[in-house]
Design a binder for this molecule. Structure first.
Ligand SMILES: Cc1cc2nc3c(=O)[nH]c(=O)nc-3n(C[C@H](O)[C@H](O)[C@H](O)COP(=O)(O)O)c2cc1C
Length: 159
């Protein structure tokens, strides 16, 4: 079911603050991966689609995947996923099939190639339209090499 981002912003922000959220990506052959993110901006436009901004360090496997397919899903988890978020924030998709390990049900997304997670509160489907290397220290000194991605939110879905 398509839902309004505005109705879930509060829940999304609370989850980011508490545990982080899932970022689901996919490689060019169609194999998906998930990582935990804790740095996320969500913004609204009065006449355009809303925007999601995420920051990734270049050693993340997801960083490579976002270069291959410039789309991702932000899956906002329920509290039961607390351990899974720690797991997905420590293990890399280079050598672990994290989606299988956390036992989540994948659903085909509507607008983007990476899948959505059925058990999550909502799935925010995003397409990257710009990426920047911010000036040093804009986030934190240890994040000076991060890339910041700006993505259009194409749709928000609840399953
Ligand atoms: C709560 C939490 C928040 C995180 N937030 C970010 C983030 O915003 N950006 C980032 O690059 N890594 C972040 N990480 C680290 C990645 O999730 C971690 O390096 C992960 O193993 C990357 O997976 P991948 O190699 O499969 O892409 C976070 C980890 C945790 C536990």
């Amino acid at each position: 079911m398509k839902v309004k981002l505005l109705d879930y912003l509060n829940q999304a922000f609370k989850t980011i603050e508490k545990t982080g959220v899932f970022l689901v990506s996919i490689d060019k052959k169609g194999k998906p991966n998930v990582m935990t993110i804790g740095w996320l901006l969500l913004g609204l436009h009065y006449y355009k689609k809303p925007v999601a901004v995420v920051a990734l360090l270049p050693d993340r496997y997801t960083f490579k995947l976002l270069n291959e397919v410039e789309e991702f899903v932000l899956a906002i988890p329920t509290p039961e996923f607390e351990d899974a978020l720690v797991f997905c924030g420590e293990k890399s998709g280079r050598d672990t099939d994290k989606i299988r390990e956390i036992g989540v049900t994948t659903m085909a997304s509507v607008y983007v190639k990476p899948p959505s997670f059925k058990e999550c509160i909502v799935n925010i489907e995003c397409r990257i339209y710009n990426k920047i290397l911010p000036p040093q220290n804009i986030l934190k000194p240890e994040w000076k090499d991060c890339t910041v991605y700006f993505a259009e939110i194409l749709g928000v879905f609840k399953y």
